[in-house]
Design a protein around this ligand. Structure first.
Ligand code: RUQ
Ligand code: CUA
Length: 654
C-alpha cells in the first residue's frame, strides 16, 4: 500500500516533468559561449577575480576555488581530520573535535556563510554547519583557518544553518530532524506532538567573532530544512523552511509528501531578545562543547556548558508565524531589498513568493488561517505577492543579481531559470549537467550581489570527465550572467559534495591575508624561540621535546634515552619568518598524521614508540634544496634500560 503510494507520487511527477519540458519546446543544447576559453583563462602568474568557498559536504571540509578559472587553491579543514596538515591529529587541534558524544572527527558540512555588515559580506569570517553531529564552525579569513566550533544541543541534523543576520548578530541553526527535547528514551511511534524542532540563535561577538548560544526556540516537530535571514526592512526576521508538517516518522518520501503546503517559519529575533529580557524564557539543562583556538598559543581549548535559554513561542507572543508554502519547500531565500521571500517547493512546479510587507500587514490584521500548536498560520493569499507559473520542476535554491532577477536551481529538470521579481515570469533558462542542487552568485544572498558569474553545483556527474571507476568527482559549472542570457563557460570538478557556496571579490580578502605568524608573539607553553632553547625533558613516562625547524635541519636532530612505554611529544616550532616556508614533521610508526608547521607556529606530534630501535624522523614538506637532508634519529631503549636522556644537533646542545 505504502509502496504503491510512493510510486503514484513519482508517476505524477514524471507526468508533470513531461508537461513542463514539452511546454519549453526542444531543449537548447548546452549554451557554451564561443569565446568561453578566453573568458575563464587566467594567465600564468595572474590571479582569479573571485574567491569561491564551497562546502565539502561529506568530506567535512571547505574548499577555496578561484573564479573564473575553477582552480582549487586551498582545502580548509573544519569538521574532519586532515592528514595533509595534521589538523585534528596535532595535540593543538584535537580539542576542536570535542562534543557531548566524545570527540567526533568527521561531519557533513553543508552551507558556508560569510559574516556580514549592513547585509553585505565583510570578509572577516566564514561560518559553516556540521549537519550530522550538530555544530557550527567559524573560519578566520585572515588565516583561512578554523578557529572555533560550537556544538548545538537539543538538535538532530543541523541543516538550516548557519545563515546570518544582516550584521552577524546571530548565525542560526534549525534542526532538520526533530528529536525528543530534552533527549530521552521513548517510543519512536510517539513522535507526533512529542518530538520537537529546535531553532537556535548563536550570537557572534562583533569584535572577535566568538560564538555563544543566545537562545533556542522550541518548535513543533517538523523538519526545518533551510533558512535565510532578512535584511533592510526585514532585518529583524529570519525565515526557516520546513517540510514534514505531517510529522511522519517513517518512509518520509511518501508520508511527508501528503500536505499540499508546508510552512516557512518567520521568526522575529528582536522579539525573542525582548522575551528573554522580560523573563519569558526558561533555562533547560543541555550539555554541549564550545571549542575555541587561543590565538596566542595556536591551541584549541574546550569549554563545557550545561544549560541553554529556551523560549516557548506560546509564552512569547509575536515571535513566530507560519507562512504556508507549496510543497515540501527546500531553500528559502531573501532578495537584496529584504522584501521578497522566495522558497523552493521541491514538489511544486510553481514558485510562490512571499512579500515581507504583506506578511507584516497580515500579522497586524491578524489575518490567520488557524494555527499549528498555537503558532498562528498566516493566510496564504495574503502573504503571497506573486507566483512563477510553470517555473520548472524541483526548484531548490535561489540567488539574486540585485537587478530584479532571481536565479533558481531546478533539480528535476536540471536547469537554472532566471525570472523577474517584477513580472514573475521566466526570462531565460539554461540546462546544467546534471541535477543541480545549490547555485551561487558571489554575494548573491546579500544586499549587494556581485553578479558576473553564477556557479551551478550539480549533484550528478556521470560523463562530464574522464571515467575514474565507480566514484566520480562532483561537478560544478560556471555560467556568465552579465548579459541578458546566461552563457555556459566552464565545467570544473569539486572536492566532496559541495552544497552551498559563497563568493566574494578577491580584492576584499587578499590584502588581509596574513603570511606568517609572528614568532615573537608565540605564547605556546612548549615553544622554543631559538635553537638555544631546544631541549628534552622527562616527566615520568612523558617526554617533551622542545624542537625547532629551520632550513634545513631540526634541533635537536639526535635524541637518545626514550624508552618503550614512553609517550613522546615533539613540540616543533618553525623558526622561519618568511612566507610559504612551512616545515613538516613525522616520525616512523606514529599513529597520527604528520604536522605541517607554519612560520612562527608551534605544533605537537604525539608518538608512542612500541619497540626498541633507532627510528628516523624527517621533514615532510619539500622546503629547500637540502630538504632531503632535513632528518634526524630518535633512539628507543627497553623500558628498564638506563640509557641517559641526550639530545644534540651538530655541535649545539649537550
Ligand atoms: S542543501 S543542495 Cu540544498 Cu544542505 Cu544540499
Ligand atoms: Cu623542512 Cu623540508
Amino acid at each position: 500500500m505504502r509502496m504503491k503510494q510512493g510510486l503514484m507520487v513519482l508517476g505524477a511527477l514524471a507526468v508533470v516533468v513531461a508537461g513542463v519540458v514539452a511546454a519549453q519546446g526542444a531543449r537548447t543544447a548546452a549554451r557554451v559561449a564561443n569565446d568561453a576559453a578566453a573568458r575563464v583563462f587566467v594567465a600564468p602568474g595572474e590571479h582569479d577575480a573571485y574567491y569561491a568557498f564551497m562546502s565539502g559536504g561529506f568530506n567535512g571540509q571547505m574548499s577555496v576555488v578561484g573564479l573564473p578559472s575553477g582552480r582549487t587553491i586551498k582545502t580548509i579543514p573544519v569538521f574532519s581530520q586532515f592528514g595533509e596538515n595534521g589538523y585534528g591529529y596535532s595535540e593543538e587541534t584535537k580539542a576542536m573535535f570535542n562534543t557531548s558524544h566524545g570527540p567526533v572527527y568527521w561531519d557533513d558540512a553543508h552551507h558556508p556563510e560569510l559574516s556580514m555588515t549592513d547585509g553585505s559580506p565583510d570578509g572577516r569570517w566564514i561560518f559553516i554547519n556540521g549537519n550530522n553531529t550538530p555544530r557550527i564552525a567559524r573560519i578566520d579569513l585572515a588565516a583561512f583557518e578554523t578557529r572555533e566550533i560550537i556544538e548545538i544541543p537539543n538538535t538532530g541534523g543541523n541543516h538550516a544553518s548557519p545563515f546570518t543576520t544582516s550584521n552577524s548578530e546571530y548565525v542560526v541553526a534549525g534542526t532538520r530532524f526533530s528529536v525528543p527535547v530534552p533527549q530521552t528514551d521513548m517510543a519512536i511511534a510517539d513522535y507526533a506532538g512529542n518530538f520537537k524542532g529546535m531553532l537556535t540563535f548563536v550570537s557572534v561577538d562583533p569584535d572577535d567573532g566568538e560564538m555563544a548560544i543566545g537562545f533556542q526556540i522550541l518548535m513543533p516537530g517538523f523538519d526545518y530544512d533551510l533558512a535565510h535571514c532578512g535584511k533592510g526592512p526585514s532585518a529583524d526576521w529570519c525565515f526557516f523552511s520546513s517540510y514534514n508538517s505531517e510529522e511522519a516518522h517513517t518512509l518520509l518520501e511518501v508520508n511527508a509528501s501528503q500536505n499540499d503546503k508546508d510552512f516557512v517559519a518567520a521568526v522575529n529575533w528582536r522579539r525573542a531578545e525582548q522575551c528573554v529580557a522580560e523573563g519569558l524564557s526558561s533555562q533547560m539543562p543541555a550539555y554541549y562543547a564550545h571549542n575555541l583556538v587561543d590565538e596566542r598559543t595556536h591551541t584549541a581549548n574546550t569549554t563545557w556548558h550545561d544549560s541553554v535559554t529556551v523560549i516557548d513561542p506560546l509564552s512569547c507572543e509575536g515571535l513566530v508565524y507560519f507562512m504556508p508554502t507549496p510543497k515540501s519547500p527546500h531553500g528559502v531565500d531573501v532578495d537584496p531589498t529584504g522584501e521578497y521571500i522566495v522558497p523552493g517547493g521541491k514538489l511544486s512546479a510553481t514558485i510562490a513568493v512571499h512579500g515581507y510587507s504583506n506578511m507584516i500587514a497580515a500579522i497586524e490584521a491578524e489575518d490567520f488561517d488557524g494555527d499549528s500548536y498555537g503558532i498562528p498560520i498566516l493566510n496564504f493569499d495574503s502573504t503571497v505577492v506573486g507566483q512563477v507559473e510553470r517555473a520548472c520542476l524541483g526548484p531548490l535554491h535561489s540567488e539574486f543579481d540585485g537587478k530584479g532577477h532571481v536565479y533558481t536551481s531546478c533539480f528535476l529538470t536540471s536547469e537554472v531559470i532566471k525570472w523577474s521579481l517584477d513580472s514573475f515570469e521566466v526570462v531565460d533558462r539554461i540546462p546544467v549537467y546534471y541535477s543541480i542542487g545549490h547555485l551561487m552568485i558571489p554575494q548573491g544572498d546579500s544586499a549587494t550581489p556581485d553578479a558576473t558569474y553564477l556557479v551551478a553545483l550539480n549533484k550528478i556527474t556521470k560523463d562530464r570527465y574522464l571515467p575514474t571507476g565507480p566514484e566520480l568527482a562532483h561537478s560544478a559549472q560556471l555560467i556568465d550572467i552579465s548579459g541578458n542570457t546566461m552563457q555556459m563557460l566552464l565545467d570544473f570538478p569539486t572536492l566532496g559534495e559541495p552544497h552551498y557556496a559563497q563568493g566574494i571579490a578577491a580584492e576584499k580578502l587578499a590584502e588581509n591575508s596574513i603570511r606568517i605568524y609572528d614568532l615573537a608573539a608565540n605564547e605556546h607553553p612548549y615553544v622554543a624561540k631559538s635553537e638555544e632553547e631546544t631541549r628534552v625533558e622527562r616527566d615520568g613516562t612523558d617526554v617533551h621535546v622542545y624542537m625547532t625547524s629551520i632550513r634545513s635541519h631540526f634541533a635537536p636532530d639526535l635524541i637518545e634515552g626514550v624508552k618503550v612505554g614512553d609517550t613522546v611529544y615533539f613540540h616543533v616550532t618553525n623558526l622561519e619568518q618568511d612566507w610559504d616556508v612551512p616545515h613538516g614533521f613525522a616520525v616512523q610508526g606514529m599513529a597520527d598524521a604528520n604536522i605541517l608547521i607554519m612560520p612562527g607556529q608551534t605544533l605537537t606530534a604525539k608518538w608512542t614508540p612500541t619497540k626498541e630501535g633507532v627510528f628516523p624522523f624527517y621533514c615532510t614538506d619539500f622546503c629547500s634544496a637540502l630538504h632531503q637532508e632535513m632528518q634526524g634519529y630518535v633512539r628507543v631503549s627497553a623500558a628498564d634500560a638506563d640509557t641517559p636522556l641526550l639530545w644534540s644537533v651538530g655541535s649545539v646542545g649537550n
